[in-house]
Design a protein around this ligand. Sequence first.
Ligand code: AMP
Length: 569
Amino acid sequence: MRYLKLAELYKELSATPKRLEKIEITSKFLRNLGSSDREIMYLLLGDIYPEYDERRIGISDQLAIKSISKATGIDIKKIVHEWKVIGDLGKVAEKVILHKKQSTLHSHILTTEKILENLRKLPELEGKGTVNKKILLITELLTSASPLEALYLVRTIIGDLRIGVQESTIREALTKAFFKGGKKESAKIQNAIDKSNDIAVVFDVAKKGKLKDLEKISLQIGKPIKAMLAQKVTTIKDGFKALGQPCAIEYKYDGFRLLIHKNGEDISLFTRSLENVTKQFPEVIDYINKYVNAKSVILDSEAVGFDKKTKEYKPFQSISQRIRRKYHIDKLQKELPVEINIFDILYHDGKSLVDETFEKRTAIIKSIIKNHPYKIIHAKQIITSNEKRAKEFYKKALRDNQEGVMMKNLKATYQPGRRVGHMLKIKPEERDLDLVITGAEYGKGKRSGWLSSFILSCKDEKSKKFLEIGKVGTGIKEKKEQGMSFGELTEQIKPLITEEHGKKVKIKPKIVVSVTYQEIQKSPNYNSGWALRFPRFTALRPDKPLSEITTLKEIEKDFIKQKRNYRYG
Ligand code: AMP
């Protein structure tokens, strides 16, 4: 297909912010798309491969600038200048190519096949001379591009298409184009997308308009599948209320999610973000080979680190480096061993199990895997209706250095990629910190005249000093009626000011506040050595004496306990 046709579609889609219109426009386009054009579906999502494929275009702004310069003969400095003024490299390419085209007409017609062919060579290039080769591949496309094509081509290569189309837009467009809309059909299409992770395959099947064929789209071993995700509840009681009784309760291990695919000799490991980490965990391959009695299988698990000597479980952070490191794997494997805790099975000996009940899937796990502690085990599980027993189990999980528990409905199916209400996580709430205000800064604009940013300190029990740990401005309101306001806080603080330097003031430690935060980080910027990320003011604590505020030691403990890196959670 001519790339111009696709570029015109992009333009039409960008022209409307309305989701329904975007769906209508896309569905019209899909209706006219032939089977041989199915890979255009990837381009529609700004990609060149299906989602399960790790290869991405990965071109930096700098490389795109060099390519635009080479294709047009315009100096790099001038392009950078335009970029600063316009703020969108795609638009810059459109503009400079428009000028260029008046003197030299473009040479070839650009097709989507040619775009895919060249862009797919980019992630394959490695080693010496790579940069120049990449520039050549992009330049070749740009010299054939019309201004509109150049706009979207550049946005595609830098991964910023800006047409407001997501997987869900495509799902609805497919439903509309081939099934006249409908909730049931939309759900089936989503299901097919979740199982295959390949929008082109789903398009191809949906195009024929038969729901039955969509249902046949299944998991494929070796192609990563999006993990099923859990919702959150705060208590065991709420968990039972949501799931009914009895239900399965399991340890919520504090490691990282690992989906294991075995097809005969072929074993691959994927993280929750579909990253292939097979090479990093040779021992896991060994355990699967030795201890899993199946020809083909897809398992869902949590890999957890443990101390080689004491055999105590360790928090996620302590083994996180194993995911990324590609060298000294042998050494790392010995120093930071992991145990694989299997909690689900999606496929077994030629058959997808995602539509079977959790109860049945658990039974299959037990029949094909024997427990080998510190290598591979079934996730610790009880099945109960008894709240007291469930709570005991929860406590035990925490004592075992795990994060909490998962509660699972015994009759539920496995829904890849979905955050489902039949699998619930329970973990202790992140603790609030009680800190004292020891400094502040006057605000600007609307907030001038008020102190608007407050330095927080914890207490060092040894030296009895207050040590700074962060700044908070979030959670405090402009107006008194909305809660704690800047005005009120300023009034309370003013009599406590001990020093003033420009807009900054130091304050006698007296006002205790509660804050929540997202993460504690090591930091050279504050004299405690720690910094809070995204602290948020939750309450004034006049009830808390200074002697009871959070200590440095407690901060250190929270840091160690701090839960998981978001990417692998
Ligand atoms: P969260 O990361 O807080 O959303 O919690 C969900 C994560 O807990 C999953 O993605 C798994 O990585 C992890 N997990 C640990 N143990 C289990 C278990 N027994 N069942 C399901 N997920 C678990």
